[in-house]
Design a protein around this ligand. Structure first.
Ligand code: IDP
Ligand code: MG
Length: 167
């Protein structure tokens, strides 16, 4: 079944120069990249992305982590992988959430670590199921940024919306 999966290369992955390595690992899946961009993560985006973890003690630190405040890299790389069973394939390559429990050959098992505070610094985010993938992709991307039609969209006319243009 063709599925879309949101992948984020988190700030620790960027700081450790793992982008090429992670993309190479993901290319083993033979899935198609249908969108990719660098994103400066606002507190609002971070909070919405991780809203299922709001009650956890590590939530404030998690928000700082995904915003890059702990790695002096205020950005993440966001990609959408599309194809047969993409969620399962990408999550297998990523490994378990806890890097100590992740298969040592997985991305998180190879490059993740647990901070002394207890936070899992695990290099990549991968959507965990189809409904989460849809919610996350709609949060991180506009329809025009994705080169296939993943979900129904519509044309709207926005009046007086400021956009930055080339001078
Ligand atoms: P996932 O990233 O494998 O889908 P989630 O439960 O959605 O796991 O958690 C999001 C992120 O929050 C994790 O990738 C990790 O960085 C962090 N995290 C999750 N659970 C814990 C925990 O029990 N202790 C510390 N950090 C955690
Ligand atoms: Mg998750």
């Amino acid at each position: 079944m063709d599925q879309a999966t949101l992948i984020l290369i988190k700030p620790d992955g960027l700081k450790k120069s793992l982008t090429g390595n992670i993309l190479t690992r993901l290319s083993e899946t033979k899935l198609e990249i249908v969108a990719a961009k660098m994103v400066r993560v606002t507190e609002e985006l971070a909070t919405e992305h991780y809203r299922h973890l709001k009650s956890k003690a590590f939530f404030p630190e998690l928000i700082k982590y995904i915003q890059g405040e702990m790695h002096d890299r205020r950005k993440v790389m966001a990609l959408i992988y599309w194809g047969t069973d993409s969620i399962k394939k990408c999550r297998e390559l990523a490994g378990a959430t806890n890097p100590e429990e992740a298969d040592p050959t997985s991305i998180r098992g190879s490059y993740g670590r647990i901070l002394t505070t207890g936070l899992y610094e695990n290099v990549v985010h991968v959507s965990s199921n189809e409904s989460e993938a849809e919610r996350e992709i709609k949060l991180w991307f506009m329809p025009e940024e994705i080169i296939v039609d993943l979900y129904p969209s519509k044309i709207i006319v926005e009046k007086e919306r400021k956009v930055q243009a080339w001078a």
